[in-house]
Design a protein around this ligand. Structure first.
Ligand code: CP
Ligand code: NVA
Length: 308
């Protein structure tokens, strides 16, 4: 049987995603019950980009499931000079599952293509499936039922909005993209076709029109993490700050929706995509999202390793 990977939820059935959410909730309520489930299993994590939450949640997750996680910084491995598939085949020999955060999806696919163990996408330029599973888990905990909820995503159309639009529409939620621009490298025409076909996806450039009746307001950085502090990106960063400022999730925008949940995948840049008011609002579920990365990762690991 072919190995199951998690590259994005595009090729996952709604029922399978619902199952993942149920597993995550069960584990969260009863973590002691799962202490030995992945005994002697090894997760190898390969990072080309920085990380706080993804690394910690996978590493702590493996520990709490009785297994072990190995952190590899791409720069300190022979991946930098060797054939990516040769190296991946070797990683396979030591690992039961791989998680990779690579700059380019094409490289992740090269690893998945030769991998005999499940490969999990820990973020690439096109998708962030692990993040959005934790996000939806957090919404479910707060709202109970997902169907019919309206989630508005503000900022740049990117990896996070892509994955979020897929998972939300697969679970019967209305997804509204309110973005002045797309991050060109994140564009996935097939994904757009898929979410459009659900009838639950729409785009509204006017941020105030978009927010009407929103149950959830979500935002992400306007500049990818590897570029945020890059002096070569400074001019483009300045340009984006001007262009995207009307899409900031702030006190003014939230006035019309006093009950809407506020979400951000983090790291946040206060004063850019979100203001301090929104970060600190009692409607913010931002840090619960971060915690839920742990429970969601565990569900993904168990499912892909056939231990759910
Ligand atoms: N949201 C997210 O993936 O966080 P990290 O970059 O800290 O892993
Ligand atoms: N979209 C941003 C943040 C993801 C956590 C990025 O890709 O860097």
């Amino acid at each position: 049987m072919a190995v199951r990977h998690l590259i994005d939820f595009k090729d996952w059935k709604s029922k399978e995603i619902e199952e993942l959410l149920d597993i995550a909730l069960k584990i969260k309520k009863n973590k002691e019950k799962y202490y030995d489930v992945l005994k002697n299993k090894t997760l190898t994590m390969i990072f080309q980009k920085t990380s706080t939450r993804t690394r910690l949640s996978f590493e702590a997750g493996m520990t709490q499931l009785g297994g072990h996680a190995i952190f590899l910084d791409w720069k300190t491995t022979q991946f930098i000079m060797a054939d990516i598939q040769d190296e991946a085949k070797c990683v396979n020999r030591y690992s039961d599952v791989i998680m990779a955060r690579l700059l380019r999806n094409a490289d992740l696919m090269k690893i998945a293509e030769v991998s005999t163990v499940p490969v999990i996408n820990g973020l690439c330029e096109k998708y962030h499936p692990c993040q959005v599973l934790a996000d939806i888990l957090t919404v479910k905990e707060n709202k109970g039922n997902l169907k019919g909820l309206k989630l508005v995503y503000y900022g740049i159309a990117n990896n996070v909005s892509n994955s979020l639009s897929v998972i939300a529409t697969k679970l019967g939620m209305n997804f509204v993209l309110s973005a002045p621009e797309r991050h060109a490298i994140s564009l996935d025409e097939e994904l757009l076709k898929q979410v459009n076909a659900t009838g639950l996806y729409s785009e509204e450039k006017d941020p105030l029109k978009a927010v009407k009746d929103a149950d959830i307001v979500y935002t992400d950085t306007w500049v990818d993490m590897e570029l945020f502090l890059d002096p070569k990106f400074e001019e483009e960063k300045k340009r984006r700050m001007k262009t995207f400022m009307p899409y900031q999730v702030n006190k003014e925008l939230l006035k019309g929706v006093p009950d809407a949940l506020i979400m951000h995948d983090l790291p946040a840049h206060r004063g850019y995509e979100i203001d301090d008011f929104a970060m600190k609002s009692s409607n913010s579920i931002i840090f619960d999202q971060a915690e839920n990365r742990l429970h969601a990762q565990k569900a993904i690991l168990l499912k892909l390793l056939g231990k759910a």
